[in-house]
Write a protein that binds this ligand. Structure first.
Ligand SMILES: Nc1ncnc2c1ncn2[C@@H]1O[C@H](COP(=O)(O)OP(=O)(O)O)[C@@H](O)[C@H]1O
Ligand SMILES: [Mg+2]
Length: 306
């Protein structure tokens, strides 16, 4: 279920019900933890293809040299180590839905093959002699801005247009504060149940701290903070400490040094989350060396929240 009372979430619900029972290709964009996979699951349930489980491919998590075989399969003997025939995810998804997560991480030569899979409804196993017809609905997701990736030459324009026949953009949680309250209450209820606790809500300061927090990990981070709070909390209501948050008021006098450190910690944390804690990618994005990045992680005791 998609929780939220913001206008955007309302619009997204409407879009979902319009497209769920069609076979249109869909592109979902939004930062990590905003609900891209959840939306895919909802569409899958409401679709005409719900009998088969959705097949998920995390394009960013699979090494490039294995990705082609993972997606399209290979024939026995088609390369060193191909001891037997292997079915790719497209074939496994036959008659159902394939969810291509982090499609922005797909290397260009495979983008061409995805385009062909969409346009001709055909794929080739590596080393295969005849193309295989596929009947698969494609839902793709990206936490990168694909238009920027196109400008940098990392993503094909034609594939982008083909994928974005319909699009859903989920804004980051910090841009829809109206959702923070309903989401936090919803997840408090759920977490109370699973830990058999009875917290009745959040203190006023805790709610205010949640409103001011930038939520680099979005709803996923919210869920984890609430879980932690339910485990650690002692009062009737959860406070900002239980949530691991501090309320920083803009009016409070702060030294430049503190401001700089806060910014440094926050930017580093956000970049790490965006890059799934990949040190090479994160340091590149921040324009620092991996060694400096490691030093920052240590200095600010930045930890993975999920
Ligand atoms: N609007 C929402 N309502 C309810 N749960 C949500 C919402 N958005 C995200 N979630 C939950 O947050 C977690 C992260 O969402 P997920 O779909 O995995 O994000 P993404 O794929 O964008 O990284 C999941 O447990 C998901 O169910
Ligand atoms: Mg995801």
């Amino acid at each position: 279920e998609l929780i939220g009372k913001s206008k955007v979430i309302d619009e997204i619900r409407k879009t979902i019900s319009k497209i769920a029972r069609t076979d249109t290709t869909l592109l979902i964009t939004g930062e990590t933890g905003t609900g891209k996979e959840l939306i895919t699951k909802i569409i899958h349930q409401e679709s005409t293809r719900s009998k088969r489980p959705p097949v998920v491919v995390s394009c960013g998590a699979i090494p490039h040299n294995l990705l082609e075989s993972e997606l399209f399969g290979h024939e026995k003997g088609s390369f060193t180590g191909a001891y037997k025939q292997h079915k790719g995810k497209f074939e496994i998804a036959q008659g159902g839905i394939i969810f291509l997560d982090e499609i922005g991480d797909l290397p260009l030569h495979l983008q061409v093959k995805i385009l062909r899979a969409i346009e001709q409804k055909e794929i080739d196993r590596i080393g295969g002699k005849t193309p295989i017809h596929i009947d698969v609905r494609i839902i793709a997701a990206s936490n990168k801005n694909l238009e920027d990736e196109i400008k940098q030459g990392n993503f094909r324009k034609d594939l982008f247009y083909r994928l974005s026949v319909t699009t859903i953009y989920i804004p980051p949680l910090r841009e829809r504060p109206e959702d923070i309250e309903v989401l936090s209450k919803y997840f408090l209820g759920q977490t109370n149940r699973s830990y058999q606790r009875k917290f009745i809500g959040f203190t006023k300061t805790a709610m205010e701290a949640m409103m001011h927090h930038p939520w680099p990990g979005n709803v996923r981070e919210l869920i984890h903070r609430i879980e932690r709070a339910v485990i650690m909390g002692t009062g009737q209501q959860l406070n900002e400490n239980d949530l691991g948050l501090v309320l920083i008021k803009a009016e409070e006098p702060t030294t430049l040094k503190e401001l700089k450190e806060n910014l440094e910690k926050e930017s580093t944390t956000q970049a790490l989350m965006r890059n799934y804690w990949n040190i090479t990618h994160t340091s590149k994005e921040l324009g620092i060396t991996p060694k400096t990045l490691r030093a920052l992680i240590k200095r600010y005791s930045i930890t993975k929240t999920y």
